[in-house]
Design a protein around this ligand. Structure first.
Ligand SMILES: Cc1ncc(COP(=O)(O)O)c(C=O)c1O
Length: 241
């Protein structure tokens, strides 16, 4: 038994995504796909097993999630007062819509304070992730990202770690404290929407050179080569429409 029985196979959902992008005949070169599985109408109580399970997939052209300028020069990140819910009270690894109230409140606080994105700590005070992206920092040539103890099991984070390892960069997955973040040489965010977005300021402190760092730039250009089909070694990640 599963908690939510999805009425479609992974293959059916994948094919629907391909058909959706094909039929829309998008003109730009950046399209975002957002598949949803949700509980439909029929049950008003909290016990959900009797509710119909429905799926929907949306696709739209979407430019740089944190702005074109942010992609080049880096964004301003704020460690917000809102923590990520503890592991004992949420399914943090899952991309569950219910988890996004936390992200939404965190993002609002960051924007309201004049920043572009929120960084959330976990309930122990270590870095969890941004409101809609994973966090990476560089210190002394080592690329560091927190484990997924209290963050989304992110696809882009996994890809960046694979890329970096193949490029001969030493990668560590370990807890990161707030003070380590402030003295990082470089920092960036990763996600399907955020792609690889450099971070230039965290809580009013300049990170490294105060702009996109050298390793960030290298990883960014490798990433874009992969997603735009210019790197044959990663061809297996691509689906041509
Ligand atoms: C909270 C959160 N963390 C991390 C990510 C990055 O995950 P992925 O690389 O799978 O898109 C996202 C992406 O939407 C997110 O919403």
């Amino acid at each position: 038994m599963t908690l939510i029985d999805v009425p479609y196979s992974v293959e059916e959902l994948n094919n629907a995504q391909i058909e959706l992008v094909r039929k829309n005949e998008f003109q730009g070169d950046n399209v975002y796909i957002r598949p949803f599985v949700f509980l439909g109408y029929g049950v008003m109580g909290v016990y959900h097993k009797e509710a119909p399970v429905t799926a929907a997939i949306a696709a739209w052209e979407w430019g740089a999630y944190l702005g074109e300028e942010g992609m080049q020069k880096g964004i301003k990140l704020k460690i917000v007062s809102m923590n990520r819910p503890s592991n004992t009270s949420a399914m943090g690894k899952a991309k569950a819509t219910a988890n996004y109230l936390n992200s939404q409140m965190a993002k609002f606080e960051a924007i309201d304070c004049g920043y572009e994105e929120a960084l959330l700590l976990d309930d122990q005070g270590y870095v969890a992730e941004a409101s809609g992206a994973a966090f990476f920092m560089v210190k002394d040539g080592v690329l560091i990202s927190p484990p997924n103890d209290n963050s989304l099991q992110s696809i882009t984070q996994k890809t960046v770690i694979e890329m970096a390892t193949n490029m001969g960069i030493k990668v560590e997955r370990r807890r990161i404290s707030r003070e380590e973040v402030y003295v990082a040489d470089e920092a960036f965010l990763t996600g399907t929407a955020a792609e690889i977005t450099p971070v230039r300021i965290i809580d009013a402190r300049e990170i490294g050179c105060g702009s996109r760092g050298e390793m960030t730039q290298k990883l960014q250009s490798t990433y874009f080569d992969i997603v735009f089909g210019r790197n044959k070694d990663y061809e297996h990640y691509l689906t041509y429409i």
